[in-house]
Design a protein around this ligand. Structure first.
Ligand code: PLP
Length: 417
């Protein structure tokens, strides 16, 4: 019974509002379940999956630790030594006692990796994008942002936080980008933001052509290489390095959390751009700096990955083997020139049922990808094979997906568990 005065309206029911939101997610089949997956350091794709009753061995097929660097011995040792030397936390923002020699060394290494004058660390790739895009655009008078339609949520957050005029250009559509650029005065500052490897479709941007348009129409370019760093180019500096066009890109953004296997984000650019961001970007200034073990581990990882082109070659060959095996088995996959192998399912319930069946019956962990990560109707499994997957792993995986796919398609699977 309400305790409110009869003349006064009922207070807002917050719990009911959230319940309604959660029920809607469940009804759409996109309520998120986080599996407890304990990856086993140094044991390749092996992990222990823990549910309420049991712990079972599974093989992971959807990790962004693309090269397995998170458990590389040099990386683990660097993290442990940093804990013993500096302690676990950095103890402050970069301005207030949070800049260790490790931070300076990692920034110098990243600048060198990308052939840029300087680099700046952020606590994640997400924060780097949000902070750097919004700050750069805000500081340029009347800046117009031109953002690819498929840009990652962190870039969209940066574009929105900039609160300046924006245009969305159709994904990888050079003619549309040019049309939008040509409609603006040459003297107006413009920031083109785009990715090298698009994380969910695995397609690759025409970086050089975009930069050439930027040059013609007086725009600055900001390239997210989150899914490119570590994997492409002679030293793993990304797709722009592979294509030999690093000098045409003004700002390169990357992560330490995927191919480098640790955590943290960064941008690399001219010394002036980095100096400007250092003193203006709230997402850099007002937060505790990256923890020493992560900084040391990242430094060790970047140094190792730059030198280990065999690791990159093994990664590429596993990707090619998995694509060939899927094709041979008659399983669908979205064609990509990258290491990301999306298997389209096109329905949130089927996608989850397929992932559940793979986990429960075949000991394969691959997360279903549903809206809002991808548009509705394009639900998929996103496969990321790595150098630690053996040929036998690939064969077992494809056999399991084929069997599970048939079972799910035939509608025989109502309850996977
Ligand atoms: C394209 C892209 N940019 C940025 C990020 C954010 O990187 P981080 O995981 O380091 O926050 C992601 C994360 O998946 C991404 O896919």
């Amino acid at each position: 019974m309400s305790t409110c005065h009869p003349d006064r309206p009922e207070p807002f029911d917050y719990q009911a509002a959230f319940d309604q939101r959660l029920s809607a997610l469940k009804a759409e089949g996109r309520y998120r379940v986080f599996r407890r997956i304990a990856r086993q350091a140094g044991q390749g794709p092996l992990a222990h999956w823990q549910d309420e009753e049991d712990t079972r061995a599974v093989r992971v097929w959807c990790s962004n630790d693309y090269l397995g660097m998170s458990s590389h011995p040099a990386v683990r040792t660097a993290a442990k030594e940093a804990v013993d030397t500096y302690g676990v936390g950095s103890g402050g923002t970069r301005n207030i006692s949070g800049t260790t020699p490790l931070h300076a060394a990692l920034e110098a290494e990243l600048a060198d990796l990308h052939g840029k004058e300087a680099a700046l660390l952020f606590t994640s790739g997400y924060v780097a994008n949000e902070a750097a895009i919004s700050t750069l655009a805000k500081l340029l008078p009347e800046c117009l942002i031109l953002s690819d339609a498929d840009n990652h949520a962190s870039m969209i957050a940066g574009v929105q936080a900039a609160r300046c005029e924006k245009r969305i250009w159709r994904h990888n559509d050079l003619a549309h980008l040019e049309e939008l650029l040509a409609a603006e005065p040459l003297s107006r500052p413009k920031l083109i933001v785009f990715e090298s490897v698009y994380s969910m479709d695995g397609d690759i941007a025409p970086i050089e052509a975009i930069c050439d348009l930027a040059g013609r129409y007086g725009a600055m370019t900001y390239l997210d290489e989150v899914h490119g760093v570590g994997l492409y180019g002679p030293e793993g500096a990304g797709v722009a390095a592979r294509d030999g066009v690093v000098n045409k890109v003004d700002v390169i953004e990357g992560t330490l959390a995927k191919a480098f296997g640790v955590m943290g984000g960064y941008v690399a650019a001219s010394a002036r751009v980095i100096d400007t961001l250092r003193s203006h970007a709230p997402g850099f200034i007002f937060t505790t700096s990256m923890a020493p073990p992560l900084t040391a581990a990242s430094l060790a990882s970047v140094r190792h990955v730059r030198a280990d082109s065999d690791l990159r070659a093994r990664h590429k060959s596993r990707v090619a083997q998995l694509k060939a095996a899927l094709d041979e088995a008659g399983l669908p996959r979205m064609p990509t020139d990258s290491h990301i192998v999306p298997v389209p399912v096109g329905d949130p319930y089927l996608c989850k049922a397929l992932a559940d069946l793979l986990l429960y019956r075949y000991g394969i962990y691959v997360q279903p990808i549903n809206f809002p990560t991808v548009p509705r109707g394009t639900e998929r499994l996103r496969l990321t094979p790595g150098p630690a997957h053996s040929e036998a792993d690939i064969a077992d995986f494809v056999r399991a997906v084929k069997a599970a796919w048939q079972e799910v398609q035939n509608g025989r699977i109502h309850q996977a568990a």
